[in-house]
Design a protein around this ligand. Structure first.
Ligand code: HEC
Ligand code: HEC
Ligand code: HEC
Length: 370
């Protein structure tokens, strides 16, 4: 009797549970079956249903907002990377997003979702949110992640450029992306660059390196230039800015480019005033090292023509570039030629102040190696 009562009481719950279980197993099976027989239209021509488009935008915007909370944005964006970022934008981003004065291919305008004109939308995002998008990309949209994982410094340079973009007209954009000399004429065609003009976009036609963070190549040792191009191509040294230009370069093209830039006359690039005592401190470390911290004298490898041809020249290099590379070595974010570990070990023992002094000293050192 008691059993009967409980059976009757339980019945509606059992019935409901049964439906839920059938639904939970059945629905995915029906969806899978639908996908298998080709029921869902994946064509992009008709666009998303309104509700799908709304949901995808909501999910994307909310995820960017949430993940950006963990991003530590600098108070002031460093503008020294603007020419490199603009140069990269012209070839790596404008194809989808367009750029001032550049029309996009009609094929891109039919992408789903359509890549927005960033001059119009960059203002909708905070610096940290732009950083998050540019570093990680956006799934299911074609928006790619930054090509080099460890290079937050490059992603910040791109964020600084995106802040600049709304202020640029066609001429201003071309000047920033290609340099004053390349701004006119049609040799700077981003869609079909020849190998050398692709490099001069950032390195300048005389190899002086535009903007402080693009290195001077003029007068650098040929063997080092060649080895560096190979290390970018193999991914032993990572840089989102260099990844694209070296893609598809044949070995003999790399050799020719290395020869070309090594043959350019070195030019003094940094004319800023640096306090004499900073330069002096740099000179002291460069020539004698810091024995109590086991820092070797830099001159042992970097000064003099009798050194290994793969050890680079540092004389007359941009101070900002030297500083950044020493910090990358220190955090083991820079590889390079088969000898890069030597530098990582040396840099790990340097303080920020040593790095600043050394970079200032070498940037001012103009005499050719004895
Ligand atoms: C293959 C095409 C493609 C390339 C190349 C590309 N993007 Fe995108 N990007 C997209 C698409 C598509 C979206 C839109 C995503 C969405 O709305 O969900 C997007 C969105 C963005 C957004 C968010 C804009 C907004 O308001 O929604 C930023 C910022 C951005 N891209 C920056 C860049 C930068 C910087 C580069 C170059 C390093 C780049 N993109 C390269 C396709 C591309
Ligand atoms: C979009 C800008 C850009 C373009 C285009 C570009 N470079 Fe670079 N290049 C850079 C930056 C930025 C670095 C510094 C990379 C780093 O921080 O690791 C660099 C580094 C280098 C180095 C290493 C120099 C050193 O002292 O270690 C070589 C060699 C080089 N580039 C050659 C080339 C050649 C050859 C081309 C053309 C095929 C080219 N680059 C195109 C921006 C660019
Ligand atoms: C034992 C030899 C050796 C010593 C000592 C040495 N370096 Fe280097 N350095 C190298 C090598 C090798 C490279 C090239 C790394 C690579 O890309 O593979 C390099 C690269 C560099 C670079 C990057 C240059 C560029 O164009 O990207 C800087 C900056 C640098 N060294 C600074 C220093 C400083 C400052 C000191 C002294 C504290 C120092 N080095 C001591 C061997 C040395």
């Amino acid at each position: 009797m008691e059993d009967d009562v409980s059976r009757i009481k339980d019945q509606p719950i059992m019935v409901r549970l049964k439906h839920v279980v059938i639904g939970a197993i059945g629905l995915p099976v029906v969806i899978l079956l639908g996908a298998w027989i080709g029921f869902f239209n994946v064509g992009a021509s008709s666009g998303h249903w309104k509700v799908t488009a709304w949901f995808l935008q909501l999910a994307m915007r909310s995820a960017v907002r949430t993940y950006a909370l963990a991003v530590d944005a600098p108070k002031v964006l460093d503008r020294r990377g603007l020419p490199a970022a603009a140069g990269h934008f012209a070839r790596g981003c404008a194809v989808c997003h367009g750029a001032p004065g550049e029309l996009r291919s009609p094929a891109v305008l039919r992408m789903l979702p359509q890549p927005p004109d960033l001059a119009l939308t960059a203002g909708d995002w905070t610096d940290a949110q732009l950083f998050r998008i540019v570093k990680h990309g956006i799934r299911f949209t074609g928006m790619p992640a930054w090509p080099a994982r460890d290079r937050d410094d490059e992603v910040w340079a791109m964020v600084a450029f995106l802040r600049e973009l709304p202020k640029l007209d066609a001429k201003g954009f071309r000047q920033l992306a290609f340099g004053a000399r390349e701004a006119t004429g049609n040799e700077a065609q981003p869609s079909a660059p020849d190998t050398l003009t692709d490099c001069t976009r950032c390195h300048g036609s005389d190899g002086e390196g535009r903007g402080g963070l693009v290195p001077v190549l003029a007068g650098q040792k040929e063997a080092y230039l060649f080895a560096s191009l190979q290390s970018f191509a193999k991914g032993d040294r990572t840089s989102g800015f260099m990844a694209l230009p070296v893609t598809g370069l044949a070995r003999d093209e790399m050799a020719a480019l290395a020869r070309h830039f090594a043959a350019q006359p070195p030019i003094p690039v940094d004319r800023d005033q640096i306090p004499a005592e900073v330069v002096q401190k740099g000179q002291q470390i460069a020539e004698a090292g810091i024995p109590e911290r086991n820092v070797p004298a830099c001159s042992g490898c970097h000064i003099g023509s009798d050194k290994n041809p793969v050890y680079p020249r540092l004389d007359g290099q941009h101070a900002a570039y030297l500083e950044q590379q020493l910090k990358l070595f220190r955090s083991e974010s820079r590889g390079g030629t088969p000898f890069w570990r030597i530098m990582a070990t040396a840099a790990q023992r340097l303080t920020d102040e040593d790095i600043r002094a050394l970079s200032a000293y070498f940037s001012k050192r103009t005499e050719s190696p004895q």
